[in-house]
Design a protein around this ligand. Structure first.
Ligand code: ADP
Length: 374
């Protein structure tokens, strides 16, 4: 039986382990928190820091293959394992490029992949020199996650909000739509693309409201986005799963925002909405099996379940019964014991081929289900 390790035991690891049940595989999780969402679903739980060289090396040395659920892992240890013959997904060369936003931007430029124009800033003092480049978005080179490493610098008065560390200052794009395409690449260089997913933002709070898939795009834009996503994934020269996040601007140009070399939030709907889910797909890659069918069974929308403002402590799911009674609605709770404002606690997938219904139901679910504390 193949021994496969996952660095990180959060909700992505959990959903990956859920999909592992269909395969003959021994699963290993490395994670510091014994109460993490993945802990009771894996075959072997190993307590340890995914950023620590020894922890990652010792975890991986007897495994057949290893993958990640987050980029902030010890790449040097993965590289040593790779040299000893452990299959690492994605390859450490791709992971190194993606982990650092400066290297990631340089990579797009080098490979003629359209991505917003940028300059590199070393610190705040350096950033202050670039008022002629505004409006722009400042993105920290390493360590940013879930919007925490991104600051909009609309004008000179925002400069102090920037990062005092090596960062990318990227021209602001007039975004018409944000989309993401997941690309699967196997060891034998088989490639499969999922249909684009579309993020719908709440105009009032500028927060992700819900997501719709397949995205509503005219065909030539869809083809353009697919060609770009395919090129991004192939240029990394690594097997794995790549979620390519892109902007469609108001002039119908497609720009790459960033790539995640792993299962991703933008692909959760594939569990119910596509023949082969992104998690099933990653197992096929890890186990060197043929890739699956990425076609949608039905269109879908997804609502992220975030901890409500003003509540911290043991999680309580208000309105769960109401949502569980809805047809073609699938609730995924990540099994996190405690909630806090904005924490990702689960998601809900809605299936329907009627797009207005997808929007209506997404709003209905958001209204009905609240995560508070006891
Ligand atoms: P994170 O990895 O933390 O999610 P992103 O780089 O994806 O950070 O940026 C977060 C959000 O900021 C994007 O989804 C988009 O709405 C906005 N954003 C990022 N870059 C730009 C840009 N160049 N122009 C306009 N908006 C941007």
């Amino acid at each position: 039986m193949q021994k496969i390790g996952i660095l990180g035991g959060g909700q992505l690891g959990r959903m990956l382990l859920q999909a592992a049940a269909n395969y003959v595989v021994e699963t290993y999780i490395l994670e510091n928190d014994e109460n993490c969402p993945s802990a009771h679903l894996c075959t072997h739980f190993v307590k340890g820091d995914i950023r620590d060289y020894d922890a990652v090396y010792n975890f991986g040395k007897n495994l057949d293959a290893i993958t990640i659920e987050i980029e902030s892992v010890n790449i040097d240890a993965l590289e040593a394992l790779e040299k000893e013959g452990v299959r690492v997904y994605p390859r450490t060369s791709a992971l190194r490029t993606i982990k650092n936003k400066i290297l990631q931007k340089e990579f797009y430029k080098e490979h003629s992949i359209p991505s917003p124009q940028y300059i590199v800033t070393q610190d705040l003092q350096d950033l202050r020199k670039h008022t002629d480049f505004l409006p722009a978005v400042h993105k920290i080179g390493e360590g940013g996650y879930d919007g925490k490493g991104v600051q909009i610098i609309a004008s000179a008065s925002d400069l102090e909000k920037g990062f005092d560390a090596p960062s990318v200052l990227e021209k602001e794009v007039l975004i018409a739509k944000e989309i993401a395409i997941t690309v699967a690449v196997s060891d034998s260089k088989e490639v499969a693309l999922y249909p684009p997913a579309e993020m719908v933002f709440d105009p009032q709070f500028n927060l992700l409201d819900f997501q719709i898939s397949p995205a509503r795009l005219v065909k030539d834009i869809e083809w353009k986005a697919e060609a770009i996503a395919r090129k991004v994934a192939l240029e990394f020269k690594s097997p794995g799963l790549f979620a390519v996040e892109m902007f469609l601007d108001t002039n119908n140009n497609v720009w790459v925002n960033e790539t995640a070399p792993r299962v991703h939030n933008s692909g959760h709907h594939t569990i119910e909405a596509n023949y082969c889910s992104q998690f099933d797909m990653l197992w096929r890659i890890l186990l060197q099996l043929p890739l699956g069918n990425t076609e949608p069974i039905k269109a879908s929308s997804i609502v992220n379940l975030l901890g409500a403002e003003g509540f911290s402590g043991t999680a309580k799911y208000e309105g769960l019964d109401e949502v569980l009674k809805m047809s073609n609605v699938f609730v995924h709770l990540y099994g996190k014991e405690t909630t806090k404002p904005g924490r990702k606690m689960g998601h809900v997938t809605i299936l329907s081929d009627d797009y207005p219904e997808l929007t209506f139901r997404a709003k209905q679910v958001k209204q009905a289900l609240k995560i508070v504390s006891e």
